[in-house]
Design a protein around this ligand. Structure first.
Ligand SMILES: Cc1ncc(COP(=O)(O)O)c(C=O)c1O
Length: 377
């Protein structure tokens, strides 16, 4: 979609902000001579990040997807197992399950929070089910108490995909420290970003040790270059860790900024009929990684028309994920399965608004004014 506004006035959906502290950490690390994943900086980042999410161990990786894969392998997920996942998530969540040779079983999500519906998850449990992945989508925690009850009842492993939930909390406890093991992404658009990167967090020492070994080629303890198992080269570099550490020291300000952006949108758009704005369940501290809205029938334009009209005005948005169960890469392996009604509906109606940390009040006002105009007000 071409825009009629000048490039300098365009509002991107996300824009990374790198603090001076983070730049300094990278320069110090460069000067130290540590570039690879060995050395003290990665270990420091692992400990600091894990502590920040209430976990005892962190294992840094090259991406969120590899962190998910490692978390699943370390939790013992293997060929023939089934893992329950929300149909509404990025395909990476399912890909990690498929890398293990296991089958992701997609279930529908809650229409307010877009996170996995615990009742739908319960209905999908079979004799082969080994784990559930809770995805804290757009910065809102899944219903972890209900999922923990389910996992306990059926002896399942509870895994968090916390890629979008740095700093989010459920009943006072941080996401990433609520399940048996969790995976984070530090991709360029995440709250803490190392460009590319990820981390497994857990308070289970066995899972942590397995993840650490498997992510670094599974060298035999005490006998480097001897391999009893097939491992992976999933390490994070020292420069990435330095960038992450530099940002982590200012995480509270980053979270406050995201919540300020969401509040500003809620104030600007809250009274427009036909727009469903982000929600926070009682007891959930939503970090609004992205401000995700749903265009209902009461709005004069449909989602595609709204997205295109905003793009012509220089305002970038992103459509919601498409249902994972309907993706060719899923169907060619596991066959056709019924649509999840809530996922299908929000995938057709949802988009997220510019939500980057660099947004100014004037830019947010411009987005709200453009949507108000399109709403005919
Ligand atoms: C919910 C979720 N899970 C997993 C990932 C995968 O992370 P990465 O892109 O770092 O591999 C992402 C990335 O955006 C994500 O949003």
């Amino acid at each position: 979609m071409t825009s009629k506004v000048d490039a300098s006035e365009r509002i991107p959906v996300n824009q990374p902000v790198v603090s001076e502290a983070a730049k300094q950490r990278v320069m110090q690390t460069l000067a130290s001579g540590w570039l690879s994943g060995a050395g003290p900086v990665v270990a420091e980042f692992e400990q600091a990040f894990a502590a920040c999410v209430g976990a005892t161990h962190g294992v840094a990786t090259g991406s969120g997807t590899t962190a998910l894969h490692l978390a699943l392998c370390a939790a013992g997920i293997a060929a023939g197992d089934e893992v329950i996942v929300p149909d509404f998530t990025i395909f990476a969540t399912l890909a990690a399950v498929m890398y293990c040779g296991a089958r992701p079983v997609c279930v529908d999500v809650d229409p307010r929070t877009f996170t996995i519906d615990p009742a739908a998850a319960r209905a999908a449990i079979s004799a082969r089910t080994r784990a559930i992945i809770a995805v804290h989508i757009y910065g809102h925690s899944a219903d972890m108490n209900a999922l923990r009850e389910l996992a306990t009842d059926h002896q399942l492993i509870l895994i968090e995909d916390a890629a979008q939930a740095h700093g989010a909390r459920y009943r006072g406890r941080p996401c990433g420290g609520l399940g048996d093991v969790a995976a984070f992404s530090f991709y360029g658009n995440k709250l803490i970003s190392t460009g590319e990167g990820g981390m497994v967090t857990t308070s289970n020492p066995q899972i942590a040790a397995r993840a650490r070994s498997l992510g670094d080629m599974a060298h035999r303890p005490g006998q480097r270059f001897c391999h009893d198992q097939l491992g992976y080269s999933y390490r994070m570099s020292s420069l990435q860790a330095a960038l992450g550490l530099g940002q982590l020291s200012g995480i509270e300000a980053l979270i406050a900024r995201k919540r300020w952006i969401a509040e500003r949108y809620k104030r600007g758009l809250g009274s427009i009929p036909g727009l469903r704005l982000p929600h926070a369940q009682p007891g959930v501290f939503n970090v609004y990684w992205m401000v995700a809205i749903v265009v209902e029938d009461g709005f004069p334009l449909d989602r595609d028309q709204l997205r295109d009209a905003l793009a012509r005005d220089g305002i970038e948005t992103r459509d919601f994920f498409q249902p994972c169960s309907q993706q060719p890469a899923y169907r060619e392996r596991f066959g056709d399965c019924a649509e999840s009604p809530v996922t299908a509906d929000i995938a057709r109606r949802g988009l997220y608004l510019p939500s980057g940390l660099a947004l100014t009040a004037a830019q947010l006002d411009r987005v709200c004014a453009a949507i108000e105009r399109l709403a005919g007000r």
